[in-house]
Design a protein around this ligand. Structure first.
Ligand code: ATP
Length: 363
């Protein structure tokens, strides 16, 4: 096992990259702690697979270094990095039994038969395949096969990390949840470094202790699920995480105070302090916007234009008088009646954040 450090990493698939857009990965410094459960989350094309393939050695980066602990492995081929990779589609030998599939990586490395047997049984128990060990892999369903792929990664005792590249893509929706909690439990038992690539925020937030959010070849934030929710350091994270995502509203800093819809508003941590006056974006999650009483002079006048039922709560959409202002969303509890028409908005100051050029303004 090892701590994995990426230093000044950059990658372009072009021979002579000229502009920013030519880089699949822009300059990136990142450290993955030994034994951590990480998710790498971002939209399609943001560079997740490129980064994973650089860690496993399938791809040599155009720039920068990869260290496992203090050893520079940038030039090492995949088989000398001891990384297990689980892909979108299960990689199993259909004609072999489940047992032989799991034993394969160990036999390949000349491990003694008694040790192989003990290890295969231990892993089979962890992934709930003990009663299938004698069956041919061909007879298993997609999730059973994906469990074998996972088991083949776990069975080796020499791996530095296991990388999962969208491993639940081919799994039936109702089994996804089961396999995901299985993975989380496995991580707690084996404490191997696991990096789980996905574009699905639910998968990322339920699996990982730390989530690395990427956009357009850049890491925009590394944080716990709670940090990403409560304090997105970039508007991309605010918008991408959450359902619906963060409201991002045009505002202004005047004499160091945030203004919205022509009135001063309170923000978290005196967010505007030290920043130059001028336009800002006000970020507030729908969870922290509420409806004030009619006649509440401090609240912002608006009009409810849409109410959608979303199970335990309602998604309420409002508009300000200013036709150019974007719609604002809030979550109302199921039991709270919400009528279309005039309303008043309240923002929770502790969760009202300010952004400039996409980045959070910090005091
Ligand atoms: N072999 C390749 N040759 C040229 N360009 C590539 C190659 N592989 C990826 N790219 C480009 O690099 C960028 C990053 O792609 P990458 O596959 O790493 O993203 P991703 O986040 O994994 O996306 P997805 O979730 O769709 O797999 C994209 O613009 C993609 O088109």
């Amino acid at each position: 096992m090892a701590r994995i450090s990426l230093q000044g990493l950059g990658h372009s698939y072009l021979a002579a990259p000229k502009e920013d857009a030519d880089w699949a990965l822009k300059r990136l410094d990142l450290e993955w702690q030994d034994g951590g459960a990480y998710a790498l989350l971002g939209p399609s094309g943001c560079g997740k697979t490129t980064l994973l393939n650089i860690i496993s050695g399938l791809l040599r980066p155009s720039e920068g270094r990869i260290l496992f602990d203090d050893a520079d492995v940038t030039a090492l081929p995949p088989d000398r990095r001891h990384i297990a990779q689980v892909f979108q589609f299960p990689v199993v030998y259909d004609t072999m039994t489940v047992y032989d599939n799991l034993a394969f990586p160990l036999r390949n490395r000349g491990v003694a038969p008694a040790e192989i047997d003990a290890r295969v049984r231990e892993i089979a128990e962890m992934i709930h395949l003990t009663d299938r060990l004698k069956k041919r892999a061909a007879g298993l369903t997609a999730d059973g096969k994906q469990k074998i792929s996972l088991g083949r990664g776990l069975v080796r005792t020499d791996v530095n990390a296991i990388l999962f590249d969208e491993p639940l893509t081919v799994i039936d929706p109702h089994l996804k949840w089961q396999l995901r909690s299985n993975l989380k439990e496995l991580h707690q038992r084996v404490r191997l470094t696991m990096i789980y690539v996905t574009h699905d925020q639910t998968e990322a937030l339920t699996f990982a202790d730390q989530v690395v959010v990427m956009n357009a070849g850049e890491v925009v934030q590394v944080g716990t699920p709670v940090e990403l929710f409560e304090r997105p350091t970039h508007t991309f994270v605010g918008h991408f995480i959450g359902s619906p995502g963060m409201n991002l509203l045009p505002g202004e800093l005047r004499d160091g105070r945030a203004h919205f819809a022509g009135r001063p508003i309170a923000t978290a941590h005196d967010a505007g302090a030290g920043a130059a006056d001028g336009p800002v974006e006000i970020g507030i999650r729908p969870e922290f916007v509420s409806l004030g009483e009619q006649g509440d002079g401090d609240a912002i006048p608006a009009t409810v234009t849409k109410v959608d039922d979303a199970g335990r709560f309602r998604i309420v959409e409002l508009r300000l008088d200013d036709a150019n202002a974007p719609a604002i969303k809030l979550l109302a509890p199921e039991e709270q009646p919400v009528a279309a028409g005039p309303a008043r908005l309240r923002f929770d100051p502790a969760h009202t954040l300010l952004y400039r050029d996409g980045w959070l303004l910090e005091p």
